[in-house]
Design a binder for this molecule. Structure first.
Ligand SMILES: NC(=O)c1ccc[n+]([C@@H]2O[C@H](COP(=O)([O-])OP(=O)(O)OC[C@H]3O[C@@H](n4cnc5c(N)ncnc54)[C@H](OP(=O)(O)O)[C@@H]3O)[C@@H](O)[C@H]2O)c1
Length: 289
C-alpha cells in the first residue's frame, strides 16, 4: 500500500495531479480532483472539467443530485485521455436509497455520463434504517464490476459501525465535510483504523470566512502561497483526498498547484489547533432531505 499520507514534492502540478493513493481494494485514487457541486448546468460543467483535465486533473467528483453528470461525461469522453487514466466518482441520491432504487440510479448515472463504469460510487447520505440493505446492493454492483470501488459519504462513527457489522466489502472511501474548522479527528482515526480513506468535501468551506483565518493567512504569507493552497496541501499531508470546486480557470490552476511545496510539523500543528467543530453543511445525524 502507498504511505497513508502524501509528503512528496513534485516538479509540477501535472505530476502531482497524477499522484494517487492506494485504496483498500488496491485501486488508485488521485489525491486531488475537481468537485462540481453547484456548477450550473452541463455546459458550464463540461467547460470546467475540460479545463481541469487539460491542466492535468484526473479525478472528477459529481453526483446524481448535481444534475451535471452529462456535462462531466461529455468532457471526459471528448478529452482524448484513456479512460483508465481517469477517476470518476458519482453518488446515489437519498430518494433512490430510500426507495431501494440504487441499481436503477447507477444505470441512469452511467447513461448520463456515457461511461461503462464509475471508479467510485458513494451512498450520498446515511439514511436511517437503510444502511444494511443499501450496502448489500452496493456490494453487488461492485462485484458485478459496474463500479470499481464503493464508499459512503457523510457517515459518522456510529453509522460506520452499523454498516461494518454486516459489510463484506469495507467502504473504500468516506467523503465528509472536512476543513481546518471541522477536522472530526475521532472519525478520521476510526477511518484510518479500518482502512477507509477520508475524502474532504468543502475543503475550502465553500469559499467563506475560513479563507480569512489569520493563522492560515500568516502561513500563506510565509510559504508565498494562497490560503486555499495551504489548506489543500494540509489535506493531502494528513492523508485526506481532496476535491475543491471551482469554475474559474485561474482558481482551478491555483488549487492544483499544491505539489511543489510542503508544510513542516509546526505548520501542520498550527492548522490542527484551528479545529472548532464548525460545519458549513448539514449535520449527518440530523438532516431532513
Ligand atoms: N458528499 C457530499 O455531501 C458533498 C457535499 C458538498 C460538496 N461535495 C463535493 O465536494 C466538492 C467540493 O466542495 P464544495 O464545492 O462544497 O466547496 P469548496 O470546494 O470548499 O469551495 C468551493 C467554493 O470556493 C470557491 N473557490 C474555489 N477555489 C477557490 C480559491 N482558490 N480561492 C477562493 N475561492 C475559491 C468556489 O468559487 P468559484 O467556483 O466561483 O471559483 C466555490 O464558491 C463539491 O464540488 C462536490 O463535488 C460533496
Amino acid at each position: 500500500m502507498n504511505p497513508p499520507v502524501l509528503r512528496d514534492v513534485f516538479p509540477s502540478a501535472a505530476a502531482g495531479l497524477k499522484s494517487a493513493v492506494t485504496l483498500n481494494n488496491g485501486g488508485k485514487m488521485p489525491w486531488l480532483g475537481l468537485g462540481v457541486f453547484q456548477v450550473d448546468g452541463d455546459a458550464a460543467t463540461a467547460t470546467a472539467v475540460r479545463h481541469a483535465l487539460r491542466l492535468g486533473y484526473r479525478s472528477i467528483d459529481t453526483a446524481a443530485l448535481y444534475r451535471n453528470e452529462s456535462g462531466v461525461g461529455e468532457a471526459v469522453r471528448t478529452s482524448g485521455l484513456p479512460r483508465s487514466e481517469l477517476f470518476v466518482t458519482t453518488k446515489v441520491w437519498n430518494d433512490d436509497i430510500r426507495a431501494n432504487r440504487i441499481e436503477a440510479a447507477l444505470v441512469q448515472s452511467l447513461k448520463l455520463l456515457g461511461l461503462d463504469y464509475v471508479d467510485l460510487y458513494l451512498l450520498h447520505w446515511p439514511i436511517r434504517g437503510q444502511t444494511e440493505n443499501a450496502w448489500r446492493v452496493m456490494e453487488q454492483l461492485y462485484r458485478d464490476g459496474r463500479v470499481r470501488a464503493i464508499g459512503v459519504s457523510n457517515y459518522l462513527v456510529p453509522q460506520l459501525e452499523e454498516l461494518l457489522v454486516h459489510a463484506e466489502v469495507v467502504p473504500a472511501v468516506n467523503q465528509i465535510e472536512f476543513h481546518p474548522w471541522l477536522q472530526s479527528k475521532p472519525l478520521h482515526a476510526f477511518c484510518n483504523a479500518h482502512q477507509i480513506r477520508l475524502e474532504a468535501w468543502a475543503p475550502l468551506m465553500q469559499g467563506g470566512d475560513l479563507l480569512r483565518d489569520p493563522v492560515l493567512v500568516s502561513l500563506a504569507a510565509q510559504h508565498r502561497r494562497t490560503v486555499a493552497q495551504i489548506i489543500l496541501r494540509w489535506n493531502v499531508q494528513l492523508g485526506v483526498v481532496t476535491i475543491p470546486k471551482s469554475v474559474h480557470p485561474e482558481r482551478i490552476a491555483e488549487n492544483a498547484d499544491i505539489f511543489g511545496f510542503a508544510l513542516d510539523d509546526a505548520a501542520m500543528a498550527a492548522i490542527a489547533a484551528l479545529d472548532r467543530g464548525q460545519r458549513k453543511g448539514p449535520d449527518p445525524l440530523n438532516f431532513n432531505f
